[in-house]
Ligand binder design. Structure first.
Ligand SMILES: [Zn+2]
Length: 239
């Protein structure tokens, strides 16, 4: 790796590689490329310390539906190099950032990212569970791998709300914001898999039911055919 040499009067910043002809995120050459949205350029500098040049171009698939912003999950895929910027320019960048207000309106799922501050009423409204019920359920799901954009508790809340309200995935994507229908589909599938693996085995299956439960489901037919008493349990194996 080339060693960075400090230059008098210059600051080194991570800078996204870009040109007019190809997408600066995936590198593809396309006929139709969009100019990087200003809001995302500001966001990248303020929160990620990354410079995206104003002439950078990208494909529409990295943008949210109205093309006004780059999806947050895409920032991780941006290749950057270290570039020199005059101190004065960087001071100006920093100064503008101080007055830049990019705060988003929190989505209905965001409060679940911090269970310590989660409000009881909100939890009930979204998941139909109390906070302690929510925490209990969440503690079962140990195989969930946290990664950018998919906090376990937020996705549990999203999954519950999706099931409870019978919404379409596209609607859930709008509610979550900055998310595509395909991403929602993937989150739901991952959550379903996680619940099936970590939660279901504790509550469903033969080991979780007693003898009386199975006796109560026995139909009179088999008792009559085989002349069995009420205490005899019949199991049919079809193979
Ligand atoms: Zn692209």
């Amino acid at each position: 790796m080339q060693e960075e040499i400090s230059r008098r009067g210059f600051t080194i910043l991570d800078t996204a590689g870009s040109n007019h002809l190809s997408c600066f995120i995936c590198g593809r050459r396309r006929e139709k490329l969009y100019v990087a949205p200003s809001k995302s350029i500001a966001f990248a500098y303020k929160y990620l310390g990354l410079v995206i040049k104003t002439h950078a171009r990208l494909c529409s698939r990295h943008l949210i539906n109205d093309n006004s912003e780059i999806r947050e999950s895409e920032f991780i895929n941006i290749h950057s190099t270290r570039r020199y910027f005059p101190h004065e320019t960087v001071r100006m960048f920093d100064l503008f950032c101080k007055f830049l207000n990019l705060e988003e309106t929190p989505t209905i799922f965001e409060p679940f990212k911090n269970l310590n501050t989660l409000n009881e009423f909100h939890c009930k409204q979204i998941t139909s569970w109390t906070v302690s019920e929510f925490i209990r359920f969440s503690s079962y799901l140990t195989s969930w791998k946290k990664s950018d954009g998919r906090d376990k508790d937020e996705i549990i809340a999203l999954y519950r709300y999706y099931m409870k309200k019978g919404l379409t995935q596209a609607t859930v994507a709008i509610l979550r914001g900055n998310t595509s229908q395909r991403e929602i589909s993937r989150y739901l599938e991952q959550m379903r898999h996680c619940i099936n693996q970590d939660f279901v085995p504790y509550f469903i299956g033969i080991v979780n039911r007693n003898r009386e439960f199975f006796l109560s489901h026995q139909t009179p037919t088999c008792k009559i055919i085989f002349k069995l008493s009420d205490e005899i349990l019949v199991l049919l194996a079809d193979g």
